[in-house]
Design a binder for this molecule. Sequence first.
Ligand code: SF4
Ligand code: MSK
Length: 674
Amino acid sequence: MAEANKEVKATKQVDPAEVTIDPATMEMLRRAQQLKIDTVFDRANVMKPCAIGIQGICCKNCAMGPCRLPLPKDGIQGEDTRKGLCGATANTIAARNFARMIASGCAAHSDHGRGVAETFLAMAKGHAKDYKIKDPIKLRAIAPHFGVATTVEVDGRALDRDINEIALEVGQKAVREWGKDHGFLDYLKRAPQPLQEKWKATGVMPRSIDREIVEIMHRTHMGVDQDYKNLMKQGTRCALADGWGGAMMATDLQDIMFGTPTPLQSEANLGIMKADHVNIIVHGHEPLLSDMIVAASQSQDLIDYAKQQGAKGIQLGGICCTANEILQRHGVPPAGNFLQQELAIITGACDAMVVDVQCVMQNLANVAKCFHTKLITTHPIARMEQENVIHIQFDERYAMDDAKRIVKMAIDNYNNRRAEVMIPQYKAQQIAGFGVESIRYHLGGTFRGDYYTLNDNIINGRIRGLAGIVGCNNARTVHNEEGITIMKELIKNDVLVLTTGCNAIAAGMHGLLTPSAAAVYCGPGLAEVCETVGIPPILHLGSCVDNSRILLAATEVVKAGGLGKDITDLPAAGSAPEWMSEKAICIGQYFVASGVYTVFGYSMPWEGAPTFKNYLCKDMENIYGGMWDCEPDPIKHAHKIIAHIDKKRKALGIDKARERVLMDMAARQALAVE
Ligand code: SF4
Ligand code: MSK
């Protein structure tokens, strides 16, 4: 371990108990400190954020800058006269920065989606032999959204069309959505009609995914769009191209190729790693390779090979959204969320960490150097400069071969462990794998699977409302604390929570994703529903791109009736308590533009531009029905959501508690007579 001391610069150490609420994370941080290996927690302690950048008012869009526009100490008195060298106002600068975050977030999700669509098309053409149509029912269900027929008329009869023909046409149409040269994105038609009308009237219907991203980059170049409202109009169009475009297609096509999730049992946290197994951690976002690694690690030849090397088997685990992808479809347990990625290596038991794209910290390479861990990058657009990193470029034409090569490399590394193995013995049980389809089944029952039962329970007040609590960890906040506190407060107040991303992993780690959590943490109404149908009070809906599932679940609630005509009418809200990624800003904007009140935690890059902030947090409600907010205090955060839900319940006329009457036979007969 002398190498650790040499390679990694020690920094000002944090108190592990002050930076996380998770005991496994605390244990590994203590170990890291003993070994003098710095982690993101220490680095956050040493490097403070720029006081101007954090407020959104630093512009570096041309070489005359960076121009910084700090707020005067006594606030804005009278006219706001701050301006950059070119004259750009604080509003312009903050809006340009915000729009660029949206563009980056949309690009990340949607380029992921493009990769999936291209692989889907290659599969349909027979060029990617290891991928199959695992869910033909879902393929038939989504084909009409692309205008692809699922039946063919023969002798006046409508017969089912060949599934491979449908796949080919869907793949071709899907790939074109990134660069189509006329019209609007096909999937926009899936939104409730009033929402589509709103988008048309306000001119924010996305045309093609790439175009909306490119147009943001053009508009935010020096000397182009200098009106914060017009900039945010394009920001909205781009965000919608993600939520109702690239991300939604990624989810659908992944479900078709890898299986639509159904609830399954698993575990979560670093304690899922096993000292006597070959441990492989997959990390990033795209399931194209990780799904193959699941299959490879379950293949008998590789299990036998692992045993020949002295291991008892192969333990696969995940970090970040790749973890969510293989959890929801295969039950592979997450080893942790974003802030735990370095810690998985510090266990000394990680034989290989395989990364693809997004949320992968470059410091993994420095940490891996201190252990035997093979750090393997797999994506051509995401490589690392450090020499100890191995690059195995994944090729979907030889997907299983690549996956097997990687798993074998991990097995070969098992006997190279050189540090003492210290796996924190903390993990929790969880049920994950919910989706639009399984909510219908679980809350609707076997015989009349639908959203009516969910709506009934919202109308009768057992469920007060719905909250989508999503997003990351952020080293500027206490790991998992905000998300967990908010979710507990919401379910205590009978709000059913839908979760994705690293927040979903946090919920699993802290034991909130089991049906039995209902009796412990929920208010009486939500507890009764959860216990009756056997669901957790917090439903794990997958990865970052799967926030599209939340949009579609909300659309199903609208369709089922009784709760208004549009998503904005629902007693529902969105939140990203510990956000850090630009993708979160993009998600937030498509939630807002879909009519959802959306609260973020930590801090938002609008504080230095009060007029721009007011536009996002107040005026947008008049345009889209949804608006932004920021609240770092988790209890206040939860109660802002609850207050919004109550406001919507009142508008729907379902705010009065209805007396529940247990009816006897005579009372029921009297009702029938009426
Ligand atoms: Fe400064 Fe304007 Fe250049 Fe931005 S675009 S760096 S505000 S001169
Ligand atoms: S991985 S974007 S830290 S949720 Fe999707 Fe987690 Fe946020 Fe990355």
